[in-house]
Design a protein around this ligand. Structure first.
Ligand code: ADP
Ligand code: F6P
Length: 319
């Protein structure tokens, strides 16, 4: 292992930069060369690659986004795209690649492994939807952003005696909604993992209103249904004016929260160690606070488990 490449792929996640820094610094400390591949697999196919040095990763540990840029590349899913990528990897003398991204990006990493390039995956997605690891890099920061937004909405909702439906991201995973909802004291949390019970949502608002509560917050994971309709139904059936707030991409930005920055640093170091040991197609994860790695094809088969205990706690606390 003489030269490693780094690429960030799929939706960006706060902590990607901290991981890039950890990978590069560990590689330099071990006498390796590092090539930054811009815009994920798209940049790999195009040869959009540059030589990194110690200064390339200065002053980025605290920054959201990714200095390498990220993209979703349909071309890389085709044989032609993969052939082009292999040609580029050969031309740039890259021996191993660390891929930062979610499930899809890990599949891309495994494709390269099957074609003889050593690859390691670091789980980066705000969704926390990768079942083999307790946490993905970016999740904590996104939840903090949502929690802060909910508490601000609560301030103004209380002043006006209003309700708020807050839509958060998470694709098919309700983790952001669940953790932000509990931390933000939401009355109801609607997630894809649990059938939506609008009667319960409405009865909670009505009970709150009866005992003089000034506001209500309903956190809704994206994809649960039209959040505008949910807000309207609550308003029509309870008489409480209910606004809709869609947090959107604000959740993807910001300086990484503590756990994201620490995990990114630990996983970045581990990725280089594994490459230097000659390992390949390994997904790095964290279980019970310990960093570990497992074969990517096995890792991506493990479905993300919803925290039903926390969901029950949310219901108890909302009453
Ligand atoms: P994430 O990594 O966050 O799950 P995507 O599912 O959008 O994001 O995947 C990111 C990129 O990974 C895709 O645009 C594509 O370039 C690559 N990728 C995804 N699935 C595959 C696959 N089955 N084979 C090869 N590359 C893939
Ligand atoms: O996977 C991360 C994520 O932010 C999801 O929560 C969301 O559904 C999706 O990406 C949004 O993708 P885009 O940035 O392409 O709009």
């Amino acid at each position: 292992m003489k030269t490693i490449g780094i690429l960030t792929s799929g939706g960006d996640a706060p902590g990607m930069n901290a991981a890039i820094r950890a990978i590069a610094r560990t590689a330099f400390a071990n006498g390796l060369r590092v090539k930054g591949i811009r815009n994920g697999f798209d940049g790999l196919i195009k040869g959009d690659i540059y030589e990194m040095n110690i200064s390339s990763v200065a002053d980025i540990v605290h920054k959201g986004g990714t200095i390498l840029g990220s993209a979703r590349s349909l071309e890389f899913k085709t044989k032609e795209g993969q052939d082009k990528a292999m040609e580029i990897i050969k031309n740039f003398d890259i021996d191993g690649i660390v891929v930062l991204g979610g499930d899809g990006s890990f599949q891309g990493a495994n494709v390269l492994h099957e074609r003889g390039i050593k690859t390691i995956g670091i789980p980066c997605t705000i969704d926390n939807d990768m079942g083999y690891t307790d946490w993905t890099i970016g999740f904590d920061t996104a939840v903090e952003t949502c929690k802060e937004a909910i508490s601000k909405l609560r301030d103004t909702s209380s002043s006006h005696g209003r309700g708020n439906v807050v839509e958060v991201m998470g694709r098919n995973c309700g983790d952001i909604a669940l953790y932000a909802g509990v931390a933000g004291g939401a009355e109801s949390i609607l997630v894809p993992e649990v059938p939506v019970d609008m009667e319960q949502v409405i009865s909670r608002v009505q009970r709150g209103k009866a005992r003089g509560k000034l506001h209500h917050i309903v956190v809704v994971a994206e994809g649960i249904g039209n959040p505008q309709n949910i807000a309207k139904e609550i308003q029509d059936k309870t008489g409480v004016e209910t606004k809709l707030t869609i947090l959107g991409h604000v959740q993807r930005g910001g300086s990484p929260a503590l756990r994201d920055a620490i995990m990114a640093s630990e996983m970045g170091v581990k990725a280089v160690e594994l490459l230097m040991e000659g390992k390949s197609s390994l997904a790095i994860g964290i279980k019970g606070g310990k960093i570990f790695s497992m074969y990517i094809p096995d890792a991506i088969k493990i479905k993300s488990e919803f925290n039903t205990e926390l969901y029950t706690i949310a219901s108890i606390l909302a009453n």
